[in-house]
Write a protein that binds this ligand. Structure first.
Ligand SMILES: [Zn+2]
Length: 282
C-alpha cells in the first residue's frame, strides 16, 4: 500500500487560462516530501522565482503531469499567493495563525491572528466580480486589470528612479489593451490619478498587500497591520525543507542508505523508521 501525501484541489483559475495551457483537474500536494523539494534554493534574489519553483514542485494533473511553467507566470499574483497558502496549510486548512507584534512602542506584545483557507479564497474570489475596475486618468476613464507574475518580473528587472515613475509604469502595463490609446502622457505625468489607482489595486488584489485592523488584547491599541502571506508560506516551506534534509541525514547515518534509496521509500514508511529511531533514542 502506498499512501500519497494529502492532495488538495488547485484554487479556481479562469477558463481562458485552462484552455490556453490545456489543463485539467490540477491538484496541489504539500511541500517537503519529495526528492525534488530538496533542490529548491531559498536564497535566490528574486522571490517570484522561488514562489513559482515551489508551485511547480507541488502541482500535478490527474495523470501526474506538470503544467508548462509559463502557466504559473501567467497567473495573477494574488492567485499565486492563494496557491502558496493552500500548499502551506494542507494539514490545517481550518485555521492558521499569523504572528504579529503590537505596534504600540510601550507594549510590543506578540499577537496572533488566525485565518482559514476558506476566508482567504473568499477574499481572492469576491473581488473577481469587478474584474476590470475603472479609474480616471486626466479626463479619460480607463479600465485596469490585476497584475500577473510576468508583469511583476518585468517590473523587478527594471530600476525606477522613484515611486512615482514606478506607478506610471504599472499603470501603462495594467491598462486594458483597448483603452491604451486613451492614455495621455501629460495626464499620466501629473499623477493626480495615483491615489485612486493605489486604492483600486488594494481593493481588487487584497492578498498582495494585505492590511488588517487589529486591536491588541494587552494594551487595547488599534492599528492597521500589513501581512505578507507569501513570506509566511515561504517560512513554512523553508522549515519543511530543513526537516526533509534532517530526515535524510538521520536515515542515512543509521541505515546507511543513500539519498535515492531513501526517497524510494514511501513517506509513511520513512515516518515509521523515524518513529522507531525516536523510541530507541529515548
Ligand atoms: Zn499592545
Amino acid at each position: 500500500m502506498r499512501l500519497e501525501p494529502n492532495r488538495v484541489p488547485f484554487p479556481s483559475i479562469p477558463e481562458t487560462l485552462k484552455t490556453e495551457f490545456s489543463l485539467s483537474e490540477l491538484s496541489l500536494r504539500p511541500f517537503g516530501y519529495c526528492a525534488e523539494d530538496r533542490e529548491v534554493n531559498f536564497n535566490q534574489p528574486l522571490r517570484p522565482y522561488l514562489e513559482v519553483e515551489i508551485l511547480e514542485c507541488c502541482t500535478d494533473d490527474r495523470r501526474g503531469a506538470k503544467p508548462n511553467s509559463q502557466f504559473f507566470w501567467n497567473m495573477e499574483i494574488g492567485k499565486r499567493i492563494e496557491c502558496l497558502l493552500t500548499i502551506a496549510t494542507v494539514r490545517d486548512r481550518d485555521a492558521f495563525m499569523i504572528p504579529l507584534r503590537c505596534l504600540n512602542s510601550a507594549c510590543q506584545e506578540g499577537i496572533e491572528i488566525d485565518f482559514s483557507m476558506e476566508e482567504i479564497s473568499e477574499l481572492q474570489s469576491l473581488k473577481n466580480a469587478e474584474k476590470f475596475p475603472e479609474i480616471l486618468v486626466g479626463h479619460q476613464t480607463v479600465r485596469i486589470r490585476r497584475p500577473k507574475g510576468s508583469d511583476q518580473l518585468k517590473w523587478l528587472e527594471q530600476s525606477f528612479k522613484d515611486e512615482h515613475t514606478a506607478t506610471q509604469v504599472m499603470l501603462k502595463t495594467l491598462v486594458r489593451e483597448d483603452d491604451r490609446l486613451k492614455l495621455d502622457s501629460d495626464a499620466i505625468a501629473q499623477g493626480e490619478w495615483i491615489p485612486a489607482f493605489n486604492q483600486t489595486m488594494e481593493e481588487i488584489d487584497p492578498l498582495v498587500n494585505f492590511q488588517v485592523e487589529v486591536q491588541c488584547p494587552y494594551c487595547g491599541a488599534k492599528d492597521s497591520h500589513s501581512i505578507d502571506f507569501g513570506a509566511f508560506a515561504l517560512e513554512r516551506f523553508r522549515n519543511t525543507q530543513q526537516q526533509l534534509l534532517d530526515m535524510v541525514h538521520r536515515l542515512a547515518s543509521r541505515y546507511h542508505w543513500n539519498e535515492s534509496e531513501i526517497f524510494a521509500i514511501p513517506a509513511w514508511r520513512r515516518e515509521s523508521y523515524l518513529a522507531r529511531l525516536d523510541r530507541e533514542e529515548h
